[in-house]
Design a protein around this ligand. Structure first.
Ligand SMILES: C[S@@+](CC[C@H](N)C(=O)[O-])C[C@H]1O[C@@H](n2cnc3c(N)ncnc32)[C@H](O)[C@@H]1O
Length: 315
């Protein structure tokens, strides 16, 4: 079987405002539009952290957050004397908004399936409150569910007493305190009847890269919260840690060959992780300030030493 030709990274930037950062490209574009315009079977993998409440990254909600005006963003209760950054309030979503989330991810999966090569993996960040809804929607849109990856991390979600009745119910919490972050592991289905070995040969996709000869990729990753050092480089409300992302981008290309994408790149942490691992990536962001931020953040995040990856290899 013949290996399929790969488009050049430059050609995938189309006519959008774009920049070359290292050997990767960043685009100022809408993810849906960009993914639907690139040629079929272009991408070998996607590693992404999408907008979750769908509305928390609407331009008006980003402004509200910046002005400390609330909206969907809430300040988590301070339990250790430190003031926390605002987090999106997903529990405030009503049924109509939950239906919108479903439609958003079903639509996104359809477009993504066009852009991905057969067998290409998608790692997509989620949270325990919405993952069931989102993963079902992705499957409805044509992706194959391959399991969940658990990032063991102490989050600031849940664990609160009933609102306005804290004193009446001191021994109750409304949701468990979040101690993990689920990531969906999905794949564009292999062509009917195709074996994994043939998919690897033809598309360089279908499997995941092992950590070492005797160590398969594991679906639990112990991961601290994003370190201050990285937050100082990239002041984005949903910044993910390099230690985690470097493992995911590496695992997403079974043969270490191909182009990975982050269609919701924010400050570019996935692209930086790919750069650190010598992988070519393309990132897309529609909010201009974050696109500009990624341009400076990516080279600095990519330069962080590989010793930061050891934090999360202890499981
Ligand atoms: C959860 S954040 C990802 C942040 C990223 N993990 C980081 O470390 O910086 C999602 C990002 O997607 C962007 N976004 C939302 N809708 C988009 C769309 N339709 N096309 C492109 N970007 C979009 C938001 O502006 C936001 O920066």
């Amino acid at each position: 079987m013949k290996a399929q030709l790969q488009p050049t990274i430059r050609s995938l930037a189309l006519d959008y405002r774009s920049d070359l950062v290292g050997k990767s490209y960043i685009l100022h574009a809408d993810a849906f539009e960009w993914l639907s315009r690139i040629p079929e079977n272009s991408l070998h993998a996607i590693v992404t952290d999408p907008p979750y409440g769908v509305k928390e990254y609407n331009f008006d909600q980003i402004e509200k957050r910046a002005n400390g005006n609330g909206g969907i963003w809430r300040i988590p209760p301070s339990f250790d004397g430190h003031t926390r950054a605002p987090l999106p309030r997903f529990t405030a979503l009503n049924q109509k908004e939950r239906d919108q989330i479903s439609e958003f991810f079903t639509e996104w999966a359809k477009i993504t399936t066009h852009a991905l090569r057969p067998g290409a993996h998608v790692f997509i960040a989620s949270n325990s409150f919405l993952s069931q809804l989102v993963f079902s929607a992705l499957v409805k849109g044509g992706l194959e569910f391959r399991g969940e990856l658990i990032r063991l991390v102490q989050t600031l979600r849940g664990g609160d007493r009933p609102k306005n009745a804290e004193a009446d119910y001191p021994d109750v919490c409304s949701l468990p305190r979040g101690s993990y972050e689920p990531w969906g592991v999905l794949r564009k289905p292999l062509p009917a009847g195709m074996k994994l070995s043939d998919c690897l040969r033809e598309f360089q996709t279908g499997g995941l890269r092992r950590i070492g000869p005797d160590k398969p990729f594991n679906d639990v990753i112990v991961s601290g919260r994003t370190p201050q050092r990285e937050r100082k480089i990239a002041n984005h409300p949903s910044l993910k840690p390099q230690a985690l992302l470097r493992q995911l981008v590496q695992a997403s290309l079974p043969l270490g060959i191909g182009i990975i994408a982050d269609p919701f790149m924010g400050s570019g942490s996935t692209i930086a992780a790919a750069e650190a691992k010598g992988i070519t990536a393309i990132g897309c962001e529609r909010y201009l300030d974050y696109f500009e931020l990624s341009r400076t953040a990516i080279p600095l995040l990519a330069k962080l030493p590989s010793s930061i990856e050891q934090d999360s290899l202890k499981f």
